[in-house]
Design a protein around this ligand. Structure first.
Ligand SMILES: *[C@@H]1O[C@H](CO)[C@@H](O)[C@H](O)[C@H]1NC(C)=O
Ligand SMILES: *[C@@H]1O[C@H](CO)[C@@H](O)[C@H](O)[C@H]1NC(C)=O
Ligand SMILES: *[C@@H]1O[C@H](CO)[C@@H](O)[C@H](O)[C@H]1NC(C)=O
Ligand SMILES: *[C@@H]1O[C@H](CO)[C@@H](O)[C@H](O)[C@H]1NC(C)=O
Length: 243
């Protein structure tokens, strides 16, 4: 048995054992406990707590890269029951893309993961580190910290795939806690967010359709790497050479 399923089963079993309280209420209870634990633990959580939190997160979520994301965000072909697979993708970063301000949100996400995974019909989880994957983040035009919610339909018998629904929520760098994730995922917060249909839709936005998302991402990335005076100089050279 994979560690992921073991963790989820352990959670599920501990709820089943405890009489008739509905699972979702139970989860909410855990969340408030986790909130309390996090807010008291944040200033200086002992190292083993940090380590085990990171371990749980590691075993539950799939790290996405520019190369693997399309193959990862799919419907497990061996599962016939759900016609749609939900994926939650946490977008994070460190010094380069989040200016070092994503730590609290990432910690809250890591802490929330086991609880979200114990939900019935739990989504699958993935994480993108925009520091390591700037091109992927630029091609989706997404910045950390944020949470993407994909509903990916199973391909039909003729292999054509109905369109995936995507919703995303930008997260506040300072005020994101486990409650934020609880509200979005367990309390139906995502249901009130309009699906995103624009240019940067990771599956069927126009940029993906015309294979322009990745080239565009490289251009944006190059601009972000440029010192701010360089475009000015370039523009003045170009305009001068036209004179
Ligand atoms: C969150 O979990 C990941 C493993 O997926 C780990 O690499 C990271 O250090 C953890 N971050 C925090 C702030 O706990
Ligand atoms: C991020 O910046 C902080 C402070 O500037 C520094 O202590 C830390 O080592 C940096 N982390 C990385 C991964 O570069
Ligand atoms: C992270 O949380 C701590 C404790 O709540 C707070 O002091 C700190 O300012 C927060 N960091 C950021 C970047 O919001
Ligand atoms: C993030 O939360 C802080 C504290 O709650 C608030 O002051 C700030 O305006 C929020 N930022 C954004 C972009 O919503």
């Amino acid at each position: 048995m994979r560690p992921t399923s073991a963790i989820v089963l352990a959670f599920a079993a501990s709820t089943l054992a405890q009489d008739q309280i509905p699972l979702v209420d139970k989860l909410k209870g855990w969340f408030s406990q986790a909130t309390a634990a996090v807010s008291s633990a944040v200033p200086s959580a002992p190292a083993p707590v940090e380590a085990s939190r990171a371990k749980v997160a590691e075993s539950v979520q799939h790290p996405l890269t520019l190369e693997n994301w399309k193959d990862t965000l799919t419907v497990d072909p061996t599962v016939s029951a759900p016609a749609t697979q939900d994926w939650l993708v946490f977008v994070t970063g460190a010094n380069a893309t989040c200016y070092g301000f994503c730590g609290n949100a990432t910690k809250a996400w890591n802490t929330s993961l086991p609880f979200l995974a114990a939900k019935s019909n739990a989504p699958k989880f993935a994480v993108v580190d925009c520091d390591a994957e700037p091109i992927l983040c630029n091609s989706w035009s997404v910045g950390p910290p944020s949470l993407y919610y994909f509903q990916i339909p199973k391909p039909l018998a003729d292999q054509s795939a109905p369109a995936a629904t995507v919703r995303y929520q930008t997260l506040n760098r300072t005020s994101t806690t486990v409650d934020t994730f609880k509200a979005l995922v367990l309390d139906g917060g995502f249901d009130s967010i309009e699906p995103y249909e624009g240019l940067f839709h990771p599956f069927n936005g126009q940029l993906q359709e015309y294979q322009l998302a990745v080239p565009f991402a490289y251009v944006m990335w190059a601009f972000s790497k440029m010192p701010s005076w360089l475009p000015m100089i370039l523009i003045s050279f170009v305009s001068r050479s036209f004179m």
